[in-house]
Structure formats: structure tokens, C-alpha cells
Design a binder for this molecule. Sequence first.
Ligand code: DC
Length: 221
Amino acid sequence: MSYNIAIDGPAGAGKSTIAKKIAAKMNFIYVDTGAMYRAMALHMIRSQVDPSDADKISETCQSADITIRYEDGEQVVYLNGENVNGLIRTEAVGNMASVSSVNPDVRKKLVELQQKLAGTADVVMDGRDIGTCVLPNANVKVYLTASTAVRARRRYDELTVKGENCDLKQIEADIEERDHRDMTRELSPLRQAEDAVLLDSSDMTIDEVVDAVIQMCGRKE
Ligand code: DC
């Protein structure tokens, strides 16, 4: 049986940073499910899909073949055979992902892929619905959050380092809008699973959060 760690939480809470470090320390595979939804969103943008056209999103997702490979320990997302890792971290793709991920056909396709991965390997998987829907029997579940101001600042710093021109206030507004959409959608909304441990990283260092999660694994084993 594979060992599964589920980390859910809102955008910018530090999920991927924490999950990557835990995976490296425990020799697990890190599965970034947001990257899969982002690759699907890139496919929607390229196909010029109107975000408000649900039928078109359902139809267009059928022509997206999304696969994951691990190259030098990094997750690489392929969209119809093309490595799209360098194209999916923009605000435009993130905003489209938040909209297109509401679609049941998009979710069905990606959840199947995620469950297959977790069934065959020890994984740390992060997303919005991992503990509640994708891996309800995960060995450890964490709900990682932080204040909106802290999360906006982190996203701003991340984008600025990459040379993207951005505005802190706009990012904060985008985060609030995305949180609202992720938390209020009908299908698999972002929420803390009943058996998940809540961690607020606003005033914690990365290593403190990593250690706290690894301790939870120790207790459960
Ligand atoms: O974590 P992220 O910012 O890369 O995620 C992009 C969007 O994908 C996010 O707004 C919601 C969606 N998502 C989801 O619905 N379910 C997941 N398991 C992961 C991400």
C-alpha cells in the first residue's frame, strides 16, 4: 500500500513549497495537482474558449491529453506531448484555471489521473480537494492556510523574481476572488476535511511547517 499525504489550502498558502520539501525529505513523489488544472487552462486559452461557456469547456477538455513525468526529481506536465511547465505559472493561466476547474468533466479527467498516481507511489499531493475528494483515505491530511495579505505578498515576490510585472493590490484582489470561487463552487469546493489538521503558516517558517507535517506522519505510522 502506498503512503499518501494530502495538503489542501488556498492559493499562496505555501502548499507547493512545503510539499516539495516533505517529498524530498521522505523520498516521496510530489504531485502538484494545480499544475494539471493550469495545463488544462492553457489548453482552454489556446483554444480561445470563453470562460463563461461551460459546454465549450466540457467539449474542449476532451482534446487535452495531460500527462505527468518526473525528470531530475521535478514534476513535468505535458499537454498533448508538449512540456508546458514554463507556460503555466502566469496570473492569466491561474485565473482561467480557477474558472475551468469548476467544470465536472475537467475534474473527472484530472482526478482519475491523480488517483492513479497516488495508488502506485508514496506521494505528497497538494491541491484544493485532495483530502476531501481525491484521496479520502490519505494517511495524513493537512489544511494549510495563511492570511490574505501574507499570501498576496508571497505571490507578488514569486512573480517579481520571475520578472513578471505585477501589482500587489491587484494580486490581493485576484486571490480573494479566486478563494471565493474555489470555496463556493458546487463541485469539490475548497474546505478543510474533517480529519485534516489545520496549519496557519502566516507566522511560521517553511521549516517549521515541514517539521510539523513530518511529525504527523511519524505519529500515524
Ligand atoms: O494551486 P494553483 O494556484 O496552481 O491552482 C490553480 C487553480 O486550479 C485553482 O484556482 C483551483 C484549481 N485547483 C483545483 O480546483 N483543484 C485542485 N486539486 C488544484 C487546483
